[in-house]
Ligand binder design. Sequence first.
Ligand code: B12
Length: 234
Amino acid sequence: MSDQEDDIILSELDDEELVQQMFDDLYDGLKEEIAESVNILLERGWAPYRVLTEALVGGMKIVGDDFRDGILFVPEVLLAANAMKGGMAILKPLLAETGAPRVGKMVIGTVKGDIHDIGKNLVAMMMEGAGFEVVDLGINNAVEAYLEAMDAEDPDILGMSALLTTTMPYMKVVIDTLIEKQRRDDIIVLVGGAPLNEEFGKAIGADAYCRDAAVAVETAKTLVARKHNQGVGA
Ligand code: B12
């Protein structure tokens, strides 16, 4: 195989071909290529949010499906995740640049036992872009970490992410602890992650389940506005 024949000049592909190529590159964990393609799409006038959802999240969906079906394994998925993060790093400042006024503050973290952070990072990025101040606690958070952050940051919203059926029940542990400590009413709790659904969100006592980052932003805006109005009226 000659390198020359195989070399694809990304900038010579049209938009559709480039997005397809990005799906392949994400699948193969090619971080530099993903970064280059993200920059090409931005130069062509694509909005950062469109690059994120159509190219990166779209590509990650294929990785996720093949992981589920046993075609890809953890090492490959880690590489893909790393490539995705490379693309997200370019988009992050652009998404945050909207100049939106500060709407509220969110503490967000993946729950104990769970190290998935791509979706959480995406929510954090989109929330920042929408004018929220975001404190990201990272992965594998025990209830104490959420409580400490609530003390230190006084957020409007607590966001929890879980990607495993074995870790999602931990969200209830956190919410139950908030109730026990009589702190549940002080905060809006949003939950998300692929295995969750609306019913689960309700069952554990969250204010809302959000299926993606865009819904998270809209829900957060609505609930924070409601909270502030109630505060004024009270
Ligand atoms: C990438 C990945 C990994 C990577 C994670 C890298 C990283 N830095 O995150 C690695 C390789 C480390 C990994 C490990 C494992 N994984 Co994994 N992983 C995935 C995969 C393929 C993609 C997840 C992802 O990033 N999706 C893309 C993002 C954008 O989507 P998202 O996370 O859903 O987030 C969106 C929404 O859910 C929502 N959201 C998410 N969080 C939040 C939070 C809030 C507050 C709100 C409002 C919204 C919100 O908004 C986000 C943006 O739109 C999924 C497959 C899948 N279909 O989800 C499996 C998957 C989650 N993993 C799975 C498994 C089994 C594992 C392992 C146990 C594998 C193993 N044998 O070791 C380990 C567990 C490690 C651990 N203790 O956590 C299973 C879980 C099955 C189950 N029923 O529990 C899945 C579903 C794959 C499968 N079908 O088998 N994984």
